[in-house]
Design a binder for this molecule. Structure first.
Ligand code: ATP
Ligand code: MG
Length: 368
């Protein structure tokens, strides 16, 4: 699932010799690497912000020392590796290179094969770091999920009992009120209705939590895409209106897509969460757009908004339970969505919409 394993590996080459930079760009480009060049420490720091996997750093740079830069780059991007280059090797420079966290040390001029081999080794290290990080992240999510499960199962039970008792007493009260004369009844019925609605809402929340803690058995059936999307958009029309955000079903609304294999109610829950997040992120007069298209043996559902988008630094954490940037958020929305999507054999990814807001990519398998 790690996105960086799928993309082209990126090498940041830091050397003030323009001809050498050119040569490397060509050699590494041909070998399938994406190459960013920098001719000074300052430029290297700037280019490092775009991200890189391996940095190839010359020891002598016009505005500083390559060993110090190597250390700085490793600190900035801990999953990366640095290979140092030098025109003349001494034991001291080799020791300094290792201390700075460089994984290898090459003498210039180095043979292309040797350089490529060293880069391959460095990339292997980078992939190991990434896998380790991904494993740690998954372990953390699993741990949190287990904690949520235990906690909610216990808590829901404890809350449900008094809640049921309150609901029961409320219906007794309601019956007694209805026995009163008309003018005595009316000022009492409205507050009673409000309390009943709130109790019902609490019960729904508990139900959600419980579903999350102990997922029911999964019974997939063919689900038509268009009615599913239509229903979600209709359900949220009121919310959209009160926020003055346009919520639309774009294109043919999934009309031409064949049915998905899944559970209608859970899929609705997924789309409601995604669309609600989009509505919450979008300022007044903005637009939230839901669309669907076929992509091989899957359907790709896009939820776009014109809000601020999701910053790169938090994209990794979005699906963690309790991760939220909202004062009133529980941070459970997307983790429930992710669990349901995974159960359906689908995937969920976040990116940017063409209008600059967030775009959620939901892929679900079609009925075979
Ligand atoms: N469309 C979006 N645009 C920008 N940020 C988003 C969007 N969708 C989700 N996020 C970010 O992801 C975080 C987690 O979302 P999630 O739905 O899990 O929780 P929440 O919305 O904060 O709380 P809850 O859904 O429980 O009310 C949000 O707090 C927000 O920072
Ligand atoms: Mg949410």
């Amino acid at each position: 699932m790690s996105p960086s394993l799928a993309r082209r590996p990126t090498v940041l080459v830091v050397d003030d010799n323009a001809a050498f930079l050119d040569n490397l760009q060509e050699l590494l480009g041909d070998a399938g690497y994406q190459v960013h060049g920098a001719s000074s420490c300052r430029e290297a720091r700037e280019r490092a912000r775009e991200g890189f996997d391996v940095a190839l750093v010359d020891l002598r740079l016009p505005d500083g020392d390559g060993t110090a830069l190597a250390r700085e780059l490793k600190e900035k991007v801990p999953e990366s590796e640095v290979v140092l280059l030098t025109g003349f090797a001494t034991l001291e420079t080799a020791v300094a290179a290792v201390r700075a966290g460089a994984c290898a040390y090459l003498m210039k001029p180095c043979a292309p094969n040797e350089l490529l081999l060293t880069l391959e080794q460095a990339m292997r290290q980078v992939r190991l770091h990434e896998e380790k990080r991904e494993l740690a992240r998954r372990a953390q999510v699993t741990e949190k999920l287990a904690a949520v499960g235990t906690m909610t199962a216990g808590l829901s039970h404890e809350i449900r009992n008094p809640l049921n008792a309150a609901a029961l007493q409320l219906s007794v009260l309601e019956r007694r009120v209805r026995r009163l004369s008309e003018d005595q009844q009316s000022p009492l019925l409205e507050p009673l209705r409000l309390v009943r609605d709130e109790i019902r809402r609490l019960d729904h929340i508990l139900e959600d939590f419980l579903q999350f803690a102990r997922p029911r058995e999964f019974r997939p059936e063919p689900v038509e895409v268009k009615p599913l999307l239509r229903r979600v958009v209709d359900l949220l029309a009121g919310q959209a209106e009160s926020r003055r955000v346009r919520l639309v079903l774009a294109g043919d609304g999934g009309e031409s897509v064949s049915p998905i294999q899944g559970e209608e109610e859970r899929l609705r829950q997924v789309l409601i969460n995604l669309a609600l997040n989009a509505l919450e992120a979008t300022p007044a007069d903005g637009l939230v757009r839901v669309s669907a298209e076929r992509e091989g043996d899957r359907v790709l559902i896009l939820v776009d908004d014109t809000g601020p988008g999701v910053p790169l630094e938090i994209r990794d954490r979005l699906f963690e339970p309790f991760f939220t940037t909202k004062a009133q958020g529980s941070g459970l929305g997307l983790s429930i969505v992710h669990a349901i999507v995974t159960q359906h054999g689908g995937t969920l990814e976040v990116g940017s919409s063409p209008e600059g807001g967030a775009r959620f990519f939901l892929r679900l398998p079609l009925v075979r």
